[in-house]
Design a protein around this ligand. Structure first.
Ligand code: PGA
Length: 254
């Protein structure tokens, strides 16, 4: 079985570098017993300090996004190479909150830039709303194919897919997707990945779930939802909650 993976998306919740380093140190101290892989994604200005604070621990660091561009005259953009240089080895790509601002058009370039800089991309996909006819499935398939078609097997070997239904993001556990609904969608995403990359690789790509994950639903979502781990937003900046989530997910590791 693949190692379970829990990714914390700190968004802009952490308002100072002191707070970011404090949170990183708390995780470092307490995550030693954790069984599953853990990644935290601080805001770009905190990447280097958080990476330093986590040195020597099992917790790894990711960016929340990268620029689609790799050249130099791009004021305000943060190229993937700089994210990597600040200590990250992962990056979220195509998070719905970023798509809402910048659109969908450059997600593929972002993914390619991340790969080129040696980052493992965590590609976020998810429908804005569910509909009884199942059109959300073709929406998710479109998002996956648009970005992943033509990707080499080597690059797909470091890819992670995060399924985040937009309607569930930022809510509390009882408004999250139910594990049974998740299972159906996870199987669907798995089929698309197998179709794109063939069986061994398509089965090996980790699929995470994100959207209203809290300690109350974390274990169940992984155990019954058929995913390999979780992408956690608001609950990842409360280290007690985040550690409870890691502990819950670790229990599902066989
Ligand atoms: P949430 O956010 O856990 O606060 O719902 C998840 C995300 O946006 O990645």
């Amino acid at each position: 079985m693949k190692a379970r993976l829990v990714v914390g998306n700190w968004k802009s919740y952490v308002r100072s570098s002191e707070e970011a380093v404090k949170l990183a140190k708390q995780l470092k101290r307490r995550s030693k017993r954790a069984f599953c892989e853990t990644v935290v994604c601080p805001a770009h200005p905190h990447l280097a300090q958080v990476s330093k604070a986590l040195q020597g621990s099992r917790v790894r660091v990711g960016g929340q996004d990268v620029s689609a561009f790799t050249d130099e005259k791009r004021t305000g953009e943060v190229p993937a190479a700089l994210v990597r240089d600040a200590g990250a080895t992962f990056s979220l790509i195509g998070h719905s909150e970023s798509r809402a601002i910048h659109g969908d058009s450059r997600i593929k370039e972002k993914l390619v830039s991340a790969l080129g800089a040696g980052l493992s991309p965590i590609l976020c996909v998810g429908e804005p709303e569910r509909d009884p006819l199942g059109n959300h499935l073709s929406f998710i398939e479109g998002q996956l194919r648009h970005v992943l078609e033509g990707l080499s097997k080597r690059d797909a070997g470091v890819l992670i897919v995060a399924y985040e239904p937009v309607w569930a993001i930022g809510k509390s556990a009882n408004e999250a997707m139910k594990p049974m609904e998740l299972q159906e969608t996870a199987i669907f995403i798995r089929k698309v990945l197998v179709d794109l990359f063939g069986r061994p690789l398509g089965l090996a790509i980790p699929i995470l779930y994100g959207g209203a994950v809290e300690p109350a639903n974390a274990e169940e979502l992984v155990r019954e939802g058929g995913v390999d781990g979780l992408l956690v937003g608001h609950a990842s900046v409360n280290y007690e909650m985040f550690l409870d989530i890691i502990a819950g997910v670790s229990k599902t590791q066989k």
